[in-house]
Design a protein around this ligand. Structure first.
Ligand code: FPP
Length: 260
């Protein structure tokens, strides 16, 4: 039934019929290593397959009503992995952006990178700048690639910017509000994620979007990232629609006196 509706409704109609499509989805793409291991291949083989999945999901998401998609590609903790894997992921990213930029641009996808880019190798920084420039006018969906990203880094970075503004006399202590922090995060101006998806079955946040995910719904699937398809994404959206988000308030019948 759902698939029929999905295939026959135009996007505007879908949005009207099912208003709870999340605007911003953030995904922890976990399970590449296990996927490769199951096939007796090196871990990078899994990351390569994961990059293909990323492309498929990025191209499918706008037609599901997603306006912002954030993909966790490399965390501030991933430096602890063997050099060959770290370097391999960066080369994959370079290859991905170089090869897919025109496709992304022609689909109206805007690419942005969140994270501490100064800590990235020069060739990755260059490809990031080129990707952001070439896709700048994309209006269908913004895809944030989280690279050398950590939620704690994001908050510390925002606090440093606030401290600099206070020190320079541009703002005072009373100006330090939630909005002041938000406007200095790497996702400034974007909606908070409505839905956090984690593939690979682990039930952890892993330092992803700590501030921004205060009220995000979580969806964990055992599916390994290279096996994740647009059908799996639709299943996550359906599950999201069945949840009742209260943002700390009570439901219409006075139910739900918890803090969520
Ligand atoms: C986690 O799986 C995945 C990563 C640390 C890297 C993700 C990178 C990609 C998918 C490639 C490039 C991405 C884009 C956007 C083009 P894991 O290695 O921790 O898997 P495991 O838990 O099975 O070991």
């Amino acid at each position: 039934m759902f698939v029929d509706v999905w295939n026959t409704l135009a996007l505007s109609c879908w949005r009207e019929a099912v208003p709870e499509v999340p605007m911003h989805i953030a995904i922890t793409m976990d399970g590449n290593g296990r996927w490769a291991q199951k096939r007796g291949k090196p871990r990078l083989h899994g990351h390569r397959a994961g990059a293909e999945t990323a492309k498929t999901i990025v191209l499918a998401a706008p037609d599901m009503g997603v306006s912002h998609l954030t993909l966790f590609a490399f965390s501030t903790e991933n430096w602890k992995r063997p050099n060959v894997e770290v370097h391999g992921i960066f080369r994959l990213l370079e290859e991905f952006f170089t090869r897919e930029l025109d496709t992304l641009a022609s689909h109206g996808i805007q690419v942005g990178v969140i994270g501490d880019r100064r800590g990235l190798p020069g060739f990755v920084q260059s490809v990031i700048v080129r990707s952001e420039e070439i896709t700048r006018s994309g209006r269908k969906m913004l895809v944030n690639i989280a690279l050398n990203y950590g939620g704690r880094w994001d908050i510390v970075h925002a606090v440093q910017a606030i401290a600099a503004d206070v020190q320079a006399g541009r703002i005072g202590p009373r100006d330090i509000t939630e909005e002041a922090v938000e406007s200095r995060l790497s996702t400034a101006g974007q909606p908070d994620p409505d839905l956090l998806i984690r593939t690979g079955g682990e039930q952890r946040i892993s330092n992803f979007l700590l501030w921004q995910s205060a009220y995000s719904e979580m969806y964990v699937t055992p599916v390994l990232w290279p096996d994740f398809t647009p059908e799996h994404l639709k299943a996550a959206l359906l599950e999201f629609q069945s949840r009742h988000r209260r943002f700390g308030a009570l439901g219409p019948m006075g139910e739900g006196g918890d803090n969520c």
